[in-house]
Design a protein around this ligand. Structure first.
Ligand SMILES: Nc1ncnc2c1ncn2[C@@H]1O[C@H](COP(=O)(O)OP(=O)(O)OP(=O)(O)O)[C@@H](O)[C@H]1O
Length: 453
């Protein structure tokens, strides 16, 4: 590994790194930093926890110190928690510069953010939706002079699907100068390479870690094959085992929906485990508070949806449990990447039902590694089966008596309004589509309801 001075970084930055305990550059840093300092656009694809953040923060700070003015750099990232984490790296490494940063994310006060933007911070770290809202509604700042546009978790930002950033990105790309340096980073860039190249237009320097295996060597990847209805018992048993065998432990459990996240948290608390949740139906302040409690080890278990699967850097996490098998290999790669970071060891355990075996095959093919079975005594798990399932059912009933589902509906409607859609019209259209689909199916099979013509 190279020392930072040999990469062209100034003394003061090398000193800042060493104060943070960073003395030698990781491969992604060694390769991308000189290219960025030369003024090139850059695409960096390196494994989770390999120091991609510093690979862009350090050269930006160096350039900023040579010609400081605001707003100098814009960083876009898919989640709010990640925006805070990136801003913190800028702040710590850029301390001697008196760096001024500003974080623009949803769920926080817009007026305060607008005021901060108008003060021309050096670095703006934002989630695309909220920044696009500011661009549409506010004329007190502009991004016309930025030197750097950075897309962290770039493939996620360009992905189309449930939370689609493309419209917001269009708004943002419409107001940043075409003469700029564009830096794109992720552990999984390759699927969206084509789209990314349209953003980094100037023959970007592309660096990808060479290894075929797409997860880190220090990660011990395991699976447990379980029937759906025994899954929770395996989870409770696993956590009990970690608690019994380790004095210092912390676990992230990923699950597929906000509701499941909430129910699992309630259930694990019934079993007296120190669990806390993180999902998108929580108020933003609560999300930050819960993450802080987990980071400081007050709570040793974080149960999260994929809102926490990318980028979060919590070195103490030793275990990641996938309560559901991720549908896409790249989601798996990011989830399990929350442990075994920066050379540390870690374990990931994926709970696999008989319906998920094809997903595991797909994951293994992509990561070029075979998962190994996690050894457990099944009879110990079956002993707690009834108790766990009864507790889960009680938690489900408890949650149903709250307004959780109602809140979900309200959030969905709010989201549609923000996207310029009419929630009632959308609902009617959906209903009509459903009815048409059903009728077509009935016509095909000739099984109309009795009495229907
Ligand atoms: N050169 C280095 N030597 C040792 N540790 C480093 C070095 N560079 C960064 N780190 C540390 O490694 C950890 C992971 O870095 P970072 O969060 O940037 O990873 P990443 O590659 O962005 O991961 P992900 O793909 O999960 O977002 C951080 O705690 C960071 O401080």
């Amino acid at each position: 590994m190279a020392v930072f001075t040999s990469l062209g970084l100034s003394e003061w930055l090398v000193r800042q790194c060493s104060q943070m305990g960073i003395n030698k550059a990781t491969p992604v840093q060694e390769n991308c930093i000189p290219a960025i300092l030369e003024g090139r656009d850059c695409m960096g694809c390196a494994k989770t926890g390999s120091g991609k953040t510093a690979a862009f923060v350090l050269p930006v700070l160096q350039k900023l110190s040579e010609d400081p003015y605001g707003i100098f750099c814009l960083v876009l990232t898919p989640t709010r928690e990640l925006a805070y984490q990136i801003a913190e790296q800028f702040r710590v490494l850029g301390k001697p510069l008196g760096l001024r940063d500003c974080i623009i994310v949803g769920g926080m006060d817009m007026v305060t953010q607008a005021l901060e933007l108008s003060k021309k911070p050096h670095v703006v770290v934002a989630t695309p939706g909220r920044l696009a809202d500011h661009i549409r509604s506010c004329k007190t700042f502009n991004l016309q002079k930025i030197q750097f546009l950075i897309l962290d978790e770039a493939d996620r930002l360009l992905e189309q699907g449930c939370s689609d950033f493309t419209k917001d990105l269009e708004v943002i790309l419409g107001v940043v100068p075409s003469k700029r340096q564009t830096l794109l980073f992720s552990a999984t860039l390759t699927d969206t390479l084509q789209e990314l190249q349209t953003i980094a237009m100037n023959k970007p320097f592309f660096w990808e870690s060479k290894s075929e295996v797409r997860t880190v060597d220090e990660l011990d990847q395991r699976y447990i094959l379980t029937p759906e209805k025994v899954k929770d018992s395996y989870l409770v048993h696993l956590i009990q085992k970690f608690e019994d065998e380790n004095s210092d432990w912390s676990i992230i459990i990923f699950t597929n929906t906000c509701k499941n996240c909430q129910i699992l948290t309630m259930m694990l608390r019934e079993f007296k485990f120190p669990a806390i949740s993180l999902h998108s139906m929580m108020k933003q302040k609560q999300r930050f508070a819960n993450l802080a409690k987990f980071k400081s080890n007050v709570f040793k278990i974080l149960i999260a949806t994929d809102v926490a699967s990318r980028g979060l850097d919590i070195p103490t996490v030793q275990v990641v449990i996938n309560h559901n098998t991720p549908g896409l290999p790249k989601i798996y790669i990011h989830r399990v990447g929350r442990t075994a970071r920066a050379g540390r060891n870690g374990v990931s355990i994926t709970l696999v039902t008989q319906y998920d075996i094809h997903l595991i095959n797909g994951i293994e093919e992509q990561i070029q590694t075979k998962l190994k079975e996690f050894p457990l005594e099944e009879k110990d798990v079956l002993k707690i089966l009834t108790q766990v399932n009864v507790t889960r059912r009680q938690c489900e009933i408890k949650l149903e008596s709250t307004d959780f589902d109602e809140k979900k509906q309200i959030n969905k409607r709010k989201q549609m309004i923000l996207e310029g859609k009419d929630p009632d019209m959308e609902k009617n259209e959906k209903e009509t589509k459903k009815i048409t689909k059903r009728k077509l199916k009935e016509m095909k099979t000739g099984h109309g309801k009795k009495g229907q013509k």
